[in-house]
Design a binder for this molecule. Structure first.
Ligand SMILES: Cc1cc2nc3c(=O)[nH]c(=O)nc-3n(C[C@H](O)[C@H](O)[C@H](O)COP(=O)(O)O)c2cc1C
Length: 203
C-alpha cells in the first residue's frame, strides 16, 4: 500500500489529550438530520440532530439521541412517532435555526418556511424540502447519561427521484455534516472503492 505524506507525518506527530467534554467531537463531522414530531394537538415541530445512526437492518431500526431538556424529547416520548428527514446544503441555514430555537417558543415550520407534508404512515409530517425521509414508530427508549436513545422502527423510507439508488448520488445532492458549534461541511464528490483479496472462506 502506498504511504501517503499524511501517514508519514502522523508517525512523528505527538498525541494530544482531548477533554471528555469535547471527546464526542472526535466522531464528527456527523451527518445532520431534521426530525419532525408533533404535540398532542397535532402541531408539528422540527429538531436538528447530529446524533442519528442505523441500529438494525432486519427489523429496520434507527436510533436518535436527544437530551431530555429538548421540547422534541417530550413530543416523541408522548406521540411515539417521528420522521427523520435528510436535508442538503441548500437548507444549512434552516438546519442551524431548528437547532438553535426551541419549539416551546417558536413555530419552526413557519419561521423557516419549511413545508410540512402528510407522511405516508405516521402522524408527524415530512419536510418537503428535504431529499429523503424515514418514517418511524418508537420501538424502545433508553437513557444514556444526559441523553435518551429513541430507537425507531422504520415504517416507510423514500427519497427524491434520481438522488438515491441503493447509495446516495453525491454528484446530485450535498448532505450536511456537523463539525461542531455553528460549523458545517459537506462531501466532495470523490469515491474510493478499494479492492481486497478474499480467502477461500470468503473472509
Ligand atoms: C447541528 C446541530 C446538531 C444537533 N444535534 C443534537 C443531537 O444530536 N441531540 C440533541 O439532543 N440536540 C442536538 N442539537 C440541539 C437541538 O437541535 C436544539 O437544542 C434545538 O433547539 C431543540 O429544539 P426543541 O426544543 O424544539 O426540541 C443540535 C443542534 C445543532 C445546531
Amino acid at each position: 500500500m502506498n504511504q501517503t505524506i499524511d501517514e508519514t507525518i502522523s508517525l512523528e506527530t505527538k498525541k494530544v489529550d482531548v477533554a471528555f467534554s469535547s471527546a464526542y467531537r472526535l466522531l464528527h463531522p456527523k451527518q445532520v438530520v431534521l426530525v419532525s414530531c408533533i404535540d398532542s394537538t397535532g402541531k408539528a415541530n422540527v429538531i436538528t440532530l447530529a446524533w442519528c445512526m442505523p441500529a438494525s437492518i432486519h427489523p429496520p431500526l434507527l436510533v436518535i439521541s436527544i437530551a431530555p431538556k429538548r421540547y422534541s424529547h417530550k413530543l416523541i416520548e408522548e406521540a411515539k412517532e417521528f420522521v427523520v428527514n435528510i436535508p442538503a446544503m441548500n437548507l444549512v441555514k434552516e438546519t442551524l435555526f431548528c437547532g438553535r430555537r426551541t419549539g416551546r417558543k417558536h413555530d419552526k415550520f413557519k419561521e423557516t418556511q419549511l413545508t410540512p407534508l402528510p407522511a405516508k404512515i405516521v402522524q408527524p409530517p415530512i419536510i418537503k424540502e428535504c431529499v429523503a425521509h424515514l418514517e418511524c414508530r418508537l420501538h424502545q427508549q433508553t437513557t444514556t447519561g444526559d441523553h435518551t436513545l429513541f430507537i425507531g422502527e422504520i415504517l416507510a423510507a423514500y427519497a427524491d427521484e434520481g438522488i438515491f439508488d441503493g447509495k446516495y448520488n453525491i454528484h446530485k445532492t450535498k448532505p450536511i455534516y456537523h463539525m461542531g458549534g455553528d460549523d458545517f461541511t459537506t462531501l466532495i464528490p470523490e469515491i474510493t472503492s478499494p479492492h481486497i483479496e478474499l480467502n477461500r472462506n470468503g473472509k
